[in-house]
Design a protein around this ligand. Sequence first.
Ligand code: ATR
Length: 277
Amino acid sequence: MTHDKIPLAGVLGRPVAHSRSPHLHGHWLTTLGINGYYIPMHVEVDDLETVMGSLPRLGFVGVNVTVPHKEHALRLADRVSDQATRIGAANTLSFSPDGTVHADNTDAYGFDQNLRQAVPDWQPRSGPAVLFGAGGAARAVIVALLDAGTPEIRVSNRTRARADALQRDFGDRIKVIDWNMAQDALRDAVTVVNTTSLGMADDAAWPVPLDMLRREAIVSDIVYTPLETPFLRAARHVGCRCVDGLGMLLHQGVPGFERWFGARPQVDNATREAVLR
Ligand code: ATR
């Protein structure tokens, strides 16, 4: 860094106390020996615009944004990356010295890198994917799978209209499958992903039978509390290789950290441990 200010970054959310990002970035700052800070900030919806305007003047080089600010931050930004536009939300903001806000979304990158690190022989081009859920997280996973060359993405959601909307937004490689027909769509799937909130915090059973799955299928969940969701447990019973959602969180943080603090951090076991502690 050429300037003598201590670089600041953080995460804006409401609530934000549960966020693991301060542990992630704090770990990287320490291991890379960077004199900077990353702090959680509770921001009310009505205050987002004022906060985004003030942070650059306080010495912030950028922030992550999480629920419920991801769509609003995108609309408020001065410049928006392709990925953020396609996903329809921002998760990473970078501030220029003049206060210009650049919005990006690194969730698709995080999803892709997590699968590639955990399963180096993952072949997304070799066959269809099945995706459960059609919320905000589903959009990021769809962008990742499309960019990875997945020939067909079968989207199944309890509320079918939301899956239809994704099909309209992302085009012909998206096929909508009725929630109660989803198990047939699994038969030849190469990649299977849960983006619903099912399994988060409660112990509800996974509702769609997975016994049609091939054992070669790669199965992932974006939920990481618990690390082994009922969905992943069911897939493990079939014998599939399962990738938990924590790695997506770790990898999505890499581009922001590098942009803000000027060094590229590693995602390794020590990173996982630091975030789980
Ligand atoms: P996110 O932005 O994290 O994806 P979201 O937009 O609230 O969050 O989406 C949550 C997803 O979990 C949706 O796909 C939702 O299905 P609906 O569109 O039908 O609401 C899904 N979901 C949540 N609880 C569910 C349940 N009990 N059974 C099936 N799907 C569920």
